[in-house]
Each structure stands twice: as C-alpha cells, then as structure tokens.
Design a protein around this ligand. Structure first.
Ligand code: MRU
Length: 365
C-alpha cells in the first residue's frame, strides 16, 4: 500500500485548484460560476470566509472544513490580539461565526474543534501570539495535507473494487472541487484506477437543484480525461435496470457510528434502487466525516433558499423555471439507512456490514 500511495502522489497532477492559502488570505475558486466562468474569490476576513461557505463559493464537506480551518487563522490576522488570552477569545468568536454557516457536513465542526483545541494546547506552552498564530497555520495546512493523503488511500481501496471497463454511478460532486485537493472522495477510486491502467467511466446525475453533477462533476471529470455521461436525476432507475452501471460510489457529509450516511439529496433514491437491482453501493468518506457523537435525531438536514428549486443555473445566469411564488420544500441532503450500504471506504480501510461494528473498529485502529 505505501509504495502505491507514493506512486499516486508522484503521478497525481491536479488540474484544478479550488482552495489556495496565500499566507494571509484564501483564494477560492467560485463554484457558483462553473463551468462557464473560472473566477476566484478572495477571503481576508472571517465574515468573508463565512460568506464563501454559506453562499457555496466553496462547498463539499472536506472543502468547507479546510476553508473554515484557515478562517480561524484569518481571525487572528484580522483582529491582531495582543495576548494569548485575547487570541483565544477571538478564535472562540470565529469558531462560533463559522459554525453557523452550514449545518450538515460534520467536517466543518470537526475542523473548527481541531483548530480551537490546538490553540488551547498551544496556549499552555506559549505566551507569544505569533507562536500561536504560526502553530495554527501549521495545523490548518496539516488538515489540508491529511485530506489529500486520505483521498489517495481511499482511492487505492476503492480502485481494487473496480474492473477494467466498469462504469460508476455517482451523485452531486464528491470530487476534487468538493475536497479542495483536486482528487476528491467518490472520484478518487476512478482517478486512481485510470492512473493504474483500468478504464473506468462515470455516469453523473445532474443533481438538482444546485446542479453540482451537471456543472461540477462533469466539468472536473472531463478535464481529467474520464469518460463521463451526464443523465437527468430521473434516469437513475432506468440506468440501473438496464445495467448501464456496475456500482455506485458517492461521498458523504456525515457518517454516524451506526452506519447512517448523510449526503446530497437523491443519495437515498440511488441507494434504495441499487438494493432493488442488486448493484453494490459504496460510500467514500475520510474519518473526519465520521461523527462519533450524534444520533439520527440530532442531525440537522439543511434546507436552503426556495429559489434554488424555482431556478436553474445557466450560462446566462440564474433563470426561473417556474412561478416565483410557488411553495417549495428544499432539503439539500438526505439520510441513507445502513441496510442499503455495501461498504464505507475510508483511508483506514473498508467498513462492511454490520456497519455499526466495523465503523467503530476502524475508528479505533
Ligand atoms: O451542498 P454541497 O454541494 O456542499 O454538498 C456536497 C455533497 O453532498 C458531497 O457529496 C459531500 O460533501 C461529499 S464531498 C467529498
């Protein structure tokens, strides 16, 4: 495994740079404009970082965690606290502000807690604000680097499940844009398999209402030379019935220890259909996406602006596809019960059934 990890690292040349840290600011690829326009947004204040996450300039569970981690560093650069105690107060307030941006992806809270805990630990050993700042910047960089390392490992575990000529159904964008690294979670096995000489194709549903599949997944897969077919969300059943795909690989925003998986709305539909048609259904998630504390009743499924459903994102901008006042229900994630899941691929290995036992074992390993 270690030799292959090094080989993938050496050969992996990301075509996109969704998140870049420039020492005092974040440069974020604006995902609201893709694939029509490549535009970047700069974030130099906590408010700008929070807006970028809330408004989906940057999106996808690992990417918002990484962005929020740098947001904690930015809070110190912005407020210039004079003592370590003042710095801790600034960080607590930034954590509070950033944690209110999006409720479902656990990576956001995981990264904020990790950064704050690191600050508290550093505060016991230094009275220098500069040292604290440098230590936190190092921690945010580590979170970013660990994500890529995890994705390479998930890619290698996932690629073993793929045969030359296979076609994978995914959903949303769980690719390099969603993780900031260029490699992704659900896309990692596809990129790695192709790198290792297996030809693997992808079927990507458009993923209404925000069209992450149509706008982002198709864009990044094609840029990386992967044979990709876009389908309407409503075509998923027929695609399975006709065996046009061999297996399903999706990302996750939160995985509970009992095996419930929160991911983009429509994931549950794919999971239930996959069970019906006897197609393996895999979830790819780094361990930072596993929430060891919550139960189903604790997790908030984000509901977004009704206009996201009333409109479509086109080259001309956002256009209405229905009446501007029609009542809308717009939950943007769903939850898939463990019984529908063949396995959860993490950087530490694959958790198979019974998930409530194997996930615990993986987390302890
Ligand atoms: O609303 P989004 O675009 O942030 O939702 C993203 C997803 O649901 C992804 O599948 C998930 O974050 C996994 S990303 C590797």
């Amino acid at each position: 495994m270690e030799k292959l990890v090094e080989e993938v690292k050496r050969r992996f040349k990301p075509k996109i740079k969704p998140i870049e840290w420039r020492g005092d600011r974040l440069i974020l690829l604006d995902q609201r404009r893709l694939p029509f326009e490549t535009r970047y947004v700069e974030a130099r204040t906590v408010a700008e970082v929070a807006d970028a996450i809330r408004n989906m300039v940057v999106r996808g569970a690992p990417a918002i965690g990484i962005t929020a981690a740098f947001g904690m560093v930015i809070s110190l650069l912005e407020s210039r606290p004079k003592t370590v105690q003042e710095a801790l107060a600034v960080l607590a307030s930034a954590r509070d502000q950033l944690s209110k941006t999006r409720p479902t992806a656990v990576n956001l809270f995981w990264a904020l807690d990790r950064m704050y805990n690191k600050a508290q630990a550093l505060a016991t050993s230094t009275t220098s604000v500069e040292e604290l700042e440098a230590g936190l910047e190092k921690e945010a960089v580590a979170i970013f680097e660990e994500e890529l390392e995890a994705e390479i490992r998930m890619g290698l575990y996932g690629a073993e499940l793929l045969e030359d000529g296979d076609t994978v159904l995914t959903i949303c964008n769980a690719g390099g844009l969603a993780t900031g690294t260029g490699l992704g979670t659900a896309t990692a096995p596809i990129y790695v398999a192709n790198m290792l000489g297996k030809r693997v194709s992808v079927v990507a549903p458009e993923t209404r209402p925000w069209q992450q599949g149509a706008r982002l997944t198709v864009y990044e897969l094609v840029q990386n030379g992967v044979n990709t077919t876009l389908i309407a969300d409503t075509a998923v059943g027929l695609v399975m019935y006709r065996k046009l795909i061999n297996l399903v690989m999706v990302g996750a925003d939160r995985v509970l220890l009992d095996g419930h998986v929160y991911n983009k709305i429509g994931t549950l539909n794919e999971a239930v259909l996959a069970r019906e048609f006897g197609i393996p259904f895999y979830v790819l998630a780094p361990t930072s996406t596993i929430d060891p504390r919550s139960r189903v009743e604790d997790v908030k499924i984000e509901e977004r602006d009704p206009d996201e459903v009333r409109t479509a994102r086109s080259e001309q901008g956002v256009v209405y596809v229905t009446m501007r006042d029609v009542p809308v229900y717009n939950p943007v994630f769903d939850v898939t019960p463990p019984k529908y899941i063949t396995g959860i691929i993490t950087e530490r290995g694959i958790a198979t059934q019974p998930l409530h036992k194997t996930l615990r074992r993986l987390l302890k390993s």
